[in-house]
Each structure stands twice: as C-alpha cells, then as structure tokens.
Design a protein around this ligand. Structure first.
Ligand code: GRF
Length: 201
C-alpha cells in the first residue's frame, strides 16, 4: 500500500508540483490531500486540476479541524511545502515525527519566526555567506527547529539578488523534498539521508 501523504501549502505550490511529478512513477507514496490555510492559494487549484482532494482550513489554529480532515483521508505523513503558519500543537502531537518541512536556507541558520520567502534570502546575502541551500527537517512546536533530515547546498554569487538566490535555492528544494519523501515512504517513516546527497538533475 502506498504511504498516504497530505501536502500543506500557502501559496503557489511549485514544491507540490515537483513532489507530484516525482511520485508519479512511484507506488511508494500517494498525495491524498492538499491542505491550505488560504482558500485562494494557487496550489489548491493545481491539486484540483490533478484530481487530488484540495481543502482549505476554516481555522488553521484548530487542531480538531486538522485532525478530522487528515483522518478522513487516512493521512500517514504530512509534508509542509510552502506552508507559512504554525501547525497546531495537537496536530504535532498526533503526527509526532511524521511531519516534514522544506525551508529555503541551511538550518539552523536563517530560520525561525519571520524567516520566510524573500526575508530568508535577504538575510543570507546581508550576512555575506557564500553558500546557501535547502533543508528538509522534522516539524515540532517551533518554527524551523526540528531534526534536520537532509540539506542541499547552492552557491551564493557576488551579484545575487534575493530573487536570483531564491530561484537557485528553489531548484534545489524541488530535488531535495521529493528525495526525502520517497525515502520516508520506502522506510515507512522519515529518515536522515546520508551526505553527500545523490540528487537527480
Ligand atoms: C519555498 O521556498 C519553501 O521553502 C518556502 O516557501 C516556498 C514555497 O514555494 N517555505 P512553493 O509554494 O512550493 O512554490
């Protein structure tokens, strides 16, 4: 039986698409639900267009609502792919060590409250770092703090703007997240990936 996944999104959904494309050839995992805190998230339409149940939360702080929706679809693993709100503690407790997040920097640096979207890349460039990247980690009660499962590195170039760096990091996210999810599906639970990572181009 494929592992049943929910993917949580707040915006455009490019990581969702990358994941769906990677899973298309796999019998290991299946996205059964796409969940958003925003009814107008473009990612919901992308999911519906592919015949996947796509729902928006009436109250993203309400664990009971989350769990009702997740359990209705038999969700076993939750993937946060551009989901920008905190997951309620009741959901973290019910899915302990079965929630993943992709973050557009090399945690533990450049994470935490307020570190999302362009803020992350601005902070990286401001710091003078010459390397950035993507991180997939387990989700606990705080933003960006859970155990790191895998990272992919990209260079920060001297003439980078937040937008050019974001685009380079996003390409790394699109390879890293599916790799971690597929490995979790194979193992039956999230696992730490060995480094250096062999990512498909
Ligand atoms: C990604 O950079 C992700 O790391 C961050 O938000 C962005 C979402 O992009 N948390 P998308 O919605 O997957 O296109």
């Amino acid at each position: 039986m494929p592992m049943k996944l929910a993917v949580c999104v707040s915006g455009r959904g490019s990581n969702l698409v990358a994941l769906l494309e990677a899973l298309a050839g796999s019998s290991q995992a299946d996205v059964v639900l796409v969940l958003s805190n925003r009814a107008d998230a473009p990612a919901l339409e992308l999911a519906r267009g592919r015949g996947i149940a796509a729902e928006s939360l009436d109250d993203h702080r309400d664990a009971t609502e989350w769990l009702r929706r997740l359990r209705t679809h038999g969700v076993e693993l939750i993937v946060l792919a551009g989901y920008l709100k905190l997951v309620p503690p009741g959901v973290i407790a019910a899915y302990r060590d079965r929630i993943l997040n992709v973050h557009p920097a090399l945690l533990p640096d450049f994470g935490g409250p307020g570190m999302y979207g362009h803020h992350v890349h601005e902070a990286v460039i401001r710091s003078g770092a010459t390397v950035s990247g993507a991180t997939v980690h387990l989700v606990d009660e705080a933003y960006d703090r859970g155990q790191i499962l895998a990272q992919a590195r990209v260079p920060v170039l001297p003439d980078d703007t937040p937008a050019t760096l974001a685009a380079r990091v996003l390409r790394a996210e699109h390879r890293l997240l599916p790799a971690v999810v597929l490995r979790a599906a194979e193992a039956g639970r999230p696992v730490v990936l060995p480094e250096p990572l062999e990512l498909s181009p």
